[in-house]
Design a protein around this ligand. Structure first.
Ligand code: THU
Length: 132
């Protein structure tokens, strides 16, 4: 898929920061991704009183991906409420890898990079298949 509308994705991510539930960190995150069938899925962080088990924005995004029909992630961006691009945490890189693989295009503060550079030598489904 070519011609990714990054500005549209970034706008979707920024918009959804407004629906984050982050009363504990006061750090609102929005994420948006293009799916291989053309739809856009989004997510925002959702915290709870047990601080350590809050949900990152990427958790909501992959849940929406699956709940609305599945598919593969093609391009991903996330930001804080100021619209500044941020990098997904380590756990969420793994989550995104599951649904986009090495070719998923990641919008980073230093430019668009493939997931293979954002999560090098990722452990993934192929490793399980290989040794089972
Ligand atoms: N957060 C995300 O939603 N995604 C990330 O990749 C980084 C961190 C959230 C988790 C927590 O609700 C807040 O940002 C502060 O860490």
């Amino acid at each position: 898929m070519t011609g990714i509308d990054w500005e549209r994705l970034r706008a979707a991510a920024r918009e959804v920061t407004g629906r984050a539930y982050a009363p504990y960190s006061d750090y609102q995150v929005g994420a948006a991704a293009l799916v291989d069938d053309g739809r856009i899925v989004v997510g925002c962080n959702v915290e709870n009183a047990s601080y350590g088990v809050g949900l990152c924005a990427e958790c909501g995004l992959v849940s929406q991906l699956n709940a609305t029909g599945g598919g593969r992630l093609v391009a991903f961006t996330c930001c804080n409420k100021l619209g500044e691009r941020i990098m997904p945490c380590g756990r969420c890189r793994q989550l995104l890898f599951e649904f986009g693989g090495n070719g998923l295009l990641m919008d980073t503060p230093v430019g668009v990079l493939p997931m293979s550079e954002v999560l090098p030598q990722a452990f993934g489904p192929a490793d399980l298949d290989h040794a089972r």
